[in-house]
Design a binder for this molecule. Structure first.
Ligand SMILES: Nc1nc2c(c(=O)[nH]1)N[C@H]1C(S)=C(S)[C@@H](COP(=O)(O)OP(=O)(O)OC[C@H]3O[C@@H](n4cnc5c(N)ncnc54)[C@H](O)[C@@H]3O)O[C@H]1N2
Ligand code: MOO
Ligand code: MG
Length: 416
């Protein structure tokens, strides 16, 4: 058994991220949400593009108004009117001001904006009643971003703010990594699809659905490859075929030590190299990771195989802890692919056997004083999927820690 941190590091080292020259497609911005930028975007534009006003008011020369106050207002002649979207028609000379609105271009000669609440207008003259500071309410050209510098680095996952930045930089379409294809196999003679009547001993293949959903939520394309019986020949054929269809193969079940657990031996018989056979994690101990070496330079068959344990809680917890970061990194994400951990206080006492890093499912609640953790009610058996519903947080007890008291700090892994 290897420690969790070692398994995570090994997995992240084993994988090949998608190729930024080959594995890309161009999509328009509305379709780029959640995608990963394949090429760094450099903007030829400064942000802001020109000096502009942050307020509705008057563009002035600071020297004209630096000493004014309500008793000694500065009186300036208003010589132009500059709404947003219009280029100023003339410069501002000493003793002059321009009426200006939020976002409008600063006229030459003016260096400061006075907000209109601090002025009195009378015909073509304005009285400034409060002295501004030098350059107040001017947003300077390039103050937010200088032309030519990297605007968004390759590997960035595109969400609303990044999409807005790309639009502002006049990139109506962007080069993103193609979707990663992830095959899902369920192994087990006892498994049936949800529409079949259950015979004694049978259960529904819920892992297929859990994993398909989790893969889609990670931004990858899940490939539904169905149920494979616990039979070496069937399994061998199914894995060999999955390799030709996907970038990664995920299976559930058949990785423990039972007489019907064939995954490891089939991987070896297909020429796979086993890197992980057991991890000191609960749930999820028999997590199995193998790679296939490429047989030819243009061999596109899947390189990575991750065999998740069959118990439903084990399959999802190991997906969240190990598979999700791996898929995100493979898909081209450069940062933030690892889970988010925070500290919070447990509302209940939590228990672990202490021999494996233990993940307890429940809800994280953000309070004024930070996170609290509410353990899911009911049995924390790895076979119980019912109380996994509504899980958004896992409490993590390290190896050696058997007990957390109510109110005590505990490390939390946030799921998103
Ligand atoms: N003697 C030992 N037995 C077990 C050990 C051990 O160390 N020594 N480890 C236990 C642990 S921990 C886990 S986790 C499980 C993992 O088992 P497998 O990965 O081999 O999975 P299966 O035996 O095929 O199934 C286990 C369990 O999960 C149910 N299952 C399987 N597939 C699905 C599915 N697609 N959807 C829903 N449920 C599924 C299956 O019916 C079993 O109940 O091994 C322990 N045993
Ligand atoms: O590790 Mo297994 O996943 O405890 O049931
Ligand atoms: Mg088994």
């Amino acid at each position: 058994m290897i420690p969790v941190a070692q398994a995570e590091a090994l997995l992240l080292k084993l994988i090949q991220p998608l190729n930024p020259n080959q594995d890309v497609e161009v999509v328009d911005l509305p379709n780029a949400v959640g995608r990963i930028l394949a090429k760094t975007v450099i903007s030829p534009l400064d942000f802001p593009h020109w000096d502009n006003s942050a307020m509705d008011g008057y563009a002035v020369r600071f020297a004209d108004v630096s000493a004014c106050d309500a008793e000694h207002p500065a009186s300036l002649r208003v010589v132009s009117d500059i709404p947003a979207g219009v280029a100023p028609d003339r410069p501002i000379a000493p003793g002059e001001a321009a009426r200006i609105f939020t976002g409008a271009m600063m006229p030459a000669g003016a260096d400061t904006v006075v907000m209109q609440e601090n002025t009195q207008r009378n015909g073509d003259r304005v009285r400034v009643l409060v002295a501004p500071t030098f350059q107040q309410f001017v947003r300077h050209q390039g103050a937010f971003h200088a032309a030519g510098a990297s605007l968004l680095p390759a590997g960035t996952r595109l969400q609303a703010p990044e999409i807005a930045v790309l639009a502002a930089a006049q990139c109506p379409s962007v080069s993103v990594y193609r979707h990663l294809r992830v095959a899902v196999l369920s192994t087990g003679d006892e498994l049936v699809t949800p529409d079949q009547p259950l015979q004694p001993g049978q259960i529904v293949d819920s892992n297929q659905y859990a994993l398909m959903a989790a893969i889609a939520q990670t931004g990858c394309i899940p490939l539904h490859l169905g149920i494979v019986p616990d039979d070496p020949e069937h399994l061998r054929t199914a894995i060999a075929q999955a390799r030709t269809q996907a970038d990664v193969i995920l299976s559930s079940g058949g990785v423990s030590v039972g007489d019907h657990d064939y995954v490891e031996q089939i991987l070896e018989s297909l020429g796979g190299t086993l890197h992980i056979r057991q991890v000191a994690v609960k749930p999820g101990k028999p997590l199995t990771v193998a790679t296939f070496s490429e047989t030819a330079p243009n061999d596109t068959a899947a390189h990575l195989y991750i065999g998740l344990p069959g118990n439903p809680a084990s399959a999802l917890v190991t997906f969240w802890r190990f598979v999700q970061p791996t898929l995100k990194k493979m898909a081209g994400q450069r940062q933030g692919f690892q889970p988010t951990f925070v500290w919070g206080r447990s509302r209940q006492s939590l228990h672990s056997q202490g021999s494996r890093e233990t993940y307890i499912w429940g809800q994280g609640i953000a309070t004024e004083d930070g996170y609290e953790f509410q353990q899911a009610g009911g049995s924390h058996s790895s076979g119980n999927l019912v109380n996994l519903a509504q899980t958004n947080t896992l409490a993590v007890l390290p190896v050696g820690q058997t007990h957390i008291q109510p109110g005590e700090s505990v490390r939390l892994m946030l799921l998103h």
